[in-house]
Structure formats: structure tokens, C-alpha cells
Design a protein around this ligand. Structure first.
Ligand code: NDP
Length: 443
């Protein structure tokens, strides 16, 4: 059995209870057969075994008191996966579906995504099974303070710099940062996604969604097309989705959908972003309320968003939200390109269909890397005690996304499959991490 297959098998056997982690590892390692065969040193150095094993895994109790005076207990996680190319960097997710396998899959993907940005950041991820939905601001603050009271011992501006993810936005980052500062007395860039008044970076909130659209445009440009005039289906209604919608509209495309975990809206006239923001960001309500403002739109409870006919699909909600049947529906509807805003939103079966049917496909670790890249720019600004302008950061983001596209398409070409950006992204990101790990010895 080949080295790659042995490592995959070992991960499958050991982590049967972590299906998302096994899925992420299998998808990546399966792209690396040729690279590994070309570099026999990797096996001798146990490189893959080290790559799939986090450097450190933290799990901790998070006790807090709800508004009724009842003590609640959640579980907190921080997986410090790989620091070969820089301090651990990756978001915190607060969602009831969070468990160790989910955090490990996200952390593993993060190593490679961060490598693609070209910046000096290693991979990590964390979070909790805490559900922010329906909680008061006081409960959110109490939870965040308790979470940070344990986490602060293990993070720092030069060691591990967490950020937001699902369920962790500006409000939560503010509470987490305040508690870190209170416990350590340090005003340092230990978290990214901070508010502008206390060390945050302009364009950080926009960066993942904008970056996704910049990369999509780059992909289309290289295939003789552009976003202008295209119909786009976006899932989600959070940070990534809303900024993707904003930039798509700015570049002349029409986004006709938005969704949350309850269901989805189809507005053939184009999604009204101000309404989505008012419902989801200001009122923290359900997307179904959209109909109260735009009665001609349709709302469907549950799944089915990918049955809407479109030129481009951008899954921006969560992992495995787009399966084989959804992929078939997109192909049937004439979809040209699928670009992932979320982490691992397409199942392996769906990706195979896209690749087989010649749909342009940009995987999340490349397409959504603009967020973490801008987080690294926030770290630089914090270290320099400077604030750069929005235009300056946006211009850097555009260059970073164009460079990522260039690198992954070049790697795909090098390995004889120019249209396989899954291969390109995995190979391009892995080569840099592998080189750094080899150079630093057995650690
Ligand atoms: P938000 O919490 O801002 O928004 C998440 C959106 O997805 C919400 O609309 C939410 O609906 C929906 N959603 C969450 N879980 C599910 C589910 N199980 N089924 C259907 N819909 C769901 O998160 P972000 O926008 O920040 O993150 C979205 C994705 O992008 C995630 O995969 C994240 O890892 C990835 N990502 C985020 C980055 C960032 O900078 N924020 C950077 C790179 C990747 P509801 O309101 O009902 O919960």
C-alpha cells in the first residue's frame, strides 16, 4: 500500500468518530500521491503522520450563569494544529454542532489555506458547542468571558491568534478581547476581527466575501468570462454570504438567493441586501422574514437552494451543505462555476461531479482565504501600531487573491490537470508547509 494510502487508512481507523476530519484529510492526501512519490524524503521524515496530528489539542469546561441564574456548562476547544510557517491562526466557532472532529477538520484545512495566502501564519481552530441563538447580550458576554478565562493561557500575538467564524462576530470578539486584556493587562493583537476603535482593521469584515468574489472573477477572466450580467446563487446570510452578495452586485452580477439554517429565500429581482442585514445582523431573526418586506420573493423551508438555476454558485453557510444531488441540479441548471465561501461546503461526491462535468470549481481553502489573509494584515497593523486605509487593504486583498489563483492554477498545470483546482490548491499549499516542516527538523 502506498505511503499516502497508509496514512489515510490510519486516520480513518483511528478517528471513526470524527467523520469531517477524516473527510478533509482524505480529500487533501488523495491529491498528493504524485508529490509524495516525487519526494521520498517525506516518508522518511514521517511528514504526513505529523501533518495529520495536531501539535496541541486543548479541551476545556466553560461554565457560565444564564439570565435565570442557572449554571450552564459548555465545552471549549482550541486545536493548535501546525506552526511550521507561523503562529497558529484560525477562527473560533460557536455552534451546537461543534465537536473535536469539526474543529480538527477546520484546523487541518486552515494550515493549507494559510499557506496559500503567502503570509507567515500557521494553522489552528477553536470554538465551543455553545449556541448563541436566542441568548441575551449579557449571556453572550458571560459565556465569552468564561471561555477566555481558560483560553488566554494558551494564546498570544506571537503564538496563537484566534478570530471569528460561525457564531463569532464583532460582538463576541469584543467580549473575548476585553477579557483577555483584563486577565493579562496586555493590549496586543491577540485576536483579529476586532472593532475599529480598539485595533481592528478596515476591510476585515468584508474580506472573506470580497476575496471570494475577486477569486471568482479571476477564474472567470481566465476562462474568457466575467461576473457582469451573471446570475448567482449564494447560500448563508452571515458575514461571508452578505459581503459576497455585496461585491457580486457591485461587479454587475445578480444574486437571487440567501439562506439560514431554517430555509432559503429566492428573489428573482435580486436579493435586497439591506433587508437581509436588517433581519440577520440587526434583529438576529430568521431569513423567512424577508417576505414581509418583499412579498414577491419565495421562501422554502429546509434544503433545496441549489435547484435554483444560476451561472455561478457560492456556498457560504457551512460544511457539507452541497451534496451529489445538489451538484447534479446545478449542472442541469447550466451552472458554469462553483466557488466555495464556506469551509468544505461541497461533499466529495459533489466535487467529483463538478470535475467530471467540466464545471469550474474553486475550493474553499483557496476561495475563502481572503479573510485570514486580511487577519494577518490586521496582525501586522497591530504590531506596527498603525491603521491602513480601506483602499490600501482592499488593494492588497485583490493582489493576494489573484496570486492565490495564479499559484493554484500553476500547480494544477504542473501536475497535468489544468482545470483541477482542488489538486492545485492542495499541492501548492502542501509544498510550502512540507518544506518548512522539513527545514525545522523532527518537531
Ligand atoms: P456566520 O455565523 O456569520 O453565518 C453563517 C450562516 O450560515 C448563517 O446564515 C447561518 O444561519 C448559516 N448556517 C450555519 N450553520 C448552518 C447549517 N448547519 N445549515 C444551514 N445554514 C447554516 O458565519 P460566517 O459567514 O463567518 O461563516 C460561514 C462559513 O464561511 C463557515 O463555513 C466558515 O467556516 C467560513 N469562513 C468564514 C470566514 C470568516 O471570515 N468569517 C473565513 C473563511 C471561511 P443561522 O443564522 O440560522 O445560524
Amino acid at each position: 500500500m502506498s505511503y499516502v494510502n497508509r496514512v489515510i487508512k490510519n486516520v480513518q481507523t483511528r478517528y471513526q468518530d470524527q467523520p469531517e476530519f477524516v473527510q478533509a484529510v482524505s480529500e487533501v492526501l488523495n491529491s498528493l500521491h504524485l508529490v509524495i512519490e516525487q519526494n521520498p524524503d517525506y516518508e522518511r521524515a514521517g511528514l504526513l503522520e505529523r501533518l495529520v496530528e495536531p501539535e496541541r489539542t486543548l479541551m476545556f469546561r466553560v461554565p457560565w450563569v444564564d439570565d435565570g441564574g442557572q449554571v450552564q456548562v459548555n465545552r471549549g476547544y482550541r486545536v493548535q494544529f501546525n506552526s511550521a510557517i507561523g503562529p497558529y491562526k484560525g477562527g473560533l466557532r460557536f455552534h451546537p454542532s461543534v465537536n473535536l472532529g469539526v474543529i480538527k477538520f477546520l484546523g487541518f484545512e486552515q494550515i493549507l489555506k494559510n499557506s496559500l495566502t503567502g503570509l507567515a501564519i500557521g494553522g489552528g481552530k477553536g470554538g465551543s458547542d455553545f449556541d448563541p441563538h436566542g441568548k441575551s447580550d449579557r449571556e453572550i458576554m458571560t459565556f465569552c468571558q468564561s471561555f477566555m478565562t481558560e483560553l488566554f493561557k494558551y494564546i498570544g500575538q506571537d503564538t496563537d491568534v484566534p478570530a471569528g467564524d460561525i457564531g463569532v462576530g464583532a460582538r463576541e470578539i469584543g467580549f473575548l478581547y476585553g477579557q483577555y486584556k483584563r486577565l493579562t493587562g496586555l493590549n496586543e493583537g491577540v485576536l483579529t476581527g476586532k472593532g475599529l476603535s480598539y485595533g481592528g482593521s478596515l476591510a476585515r469584515a468584508e474580506a472573506t466575501g470580497y476575496g471570494l468574489v475577486y477569486l471568482t472573477n479571476e477564474l472567470l477572466k481566465n476562462h474568457g468570462s466575467s461576473l457582469a450580467g451573471k446570475t448567482v446563487v449564494v447560500s448563508g446570510a452571515g458575514n461571508v454570504a452578505t459581503h459576497a452578495i455585496e461585491k457580486c452586485h457591485e461587479l454587475g452580477a445578480k444574486v437571487v438567493t440567501a439562506s439560514d439554517s431554517s430555509g432559503w429565500i429566492h428573489d428573482p429581482n435580486g436579493i435586497n441586501l439591506a433587508t437581509v442585514r436588517r433581519i440577520k445582523k440587526t434583529d438576529r431573526g430568521r431569513i423567512s422574514k424577508y417576505l414581509e418586506f418583499h412579498p414577491k420573493a419565495n421562501y422554502t423551508e429546509g434544503r433545496g437552494i441549489w435547484s435554483v438555476k444560476c451561472d455561478i454558485a457560492m456556498p457560504c453557510a457551512t460544511q457539507n451543505e452541497l451534496n451529489a444531488a445538489d451538484a447534479e441540479a446545478l449542472v442541469k441548471g447550466g451552472c458554469l462555476a462553483v466557488c466555495e465561501g464556506a469551509n468544505m461546503p461541497s461533499t466529495p461526491e459533489a466535487i467529483n461531479i463538478f470535475l467530471k462535468k467540466g464545471i469550474l470549481f474553486a475550493p474553499g481553502k483557496a476561495a475563502n482565504a481572503g479573510g485570514v489573509a486580511t487577519s494577518a494584515l490586521e496582525m501586522s497593523q497591530n504590531s506596527m501600531r498603525q491603521s491602513w486605509t480601506f483602499d490600501e487593504i482592499d488593494a492588497r486583498l485583490k493582489i493576494i487573491m489573484a496570486d492565490i489563483y495564479r499559484d493554484i492554477s500553476q500547480a494544477a498545470k504542473d501536475f497535468g490537470e489544468p482545470d483541477n483546482l482542488v489538486l492545485g490548491a492542495n499541492v501548492a499549499s502542501f509544498r510550502k508547509v512540507a518544506e518548512a516542516m522539513l527545514a525545522q527538523g523532527v518537531i
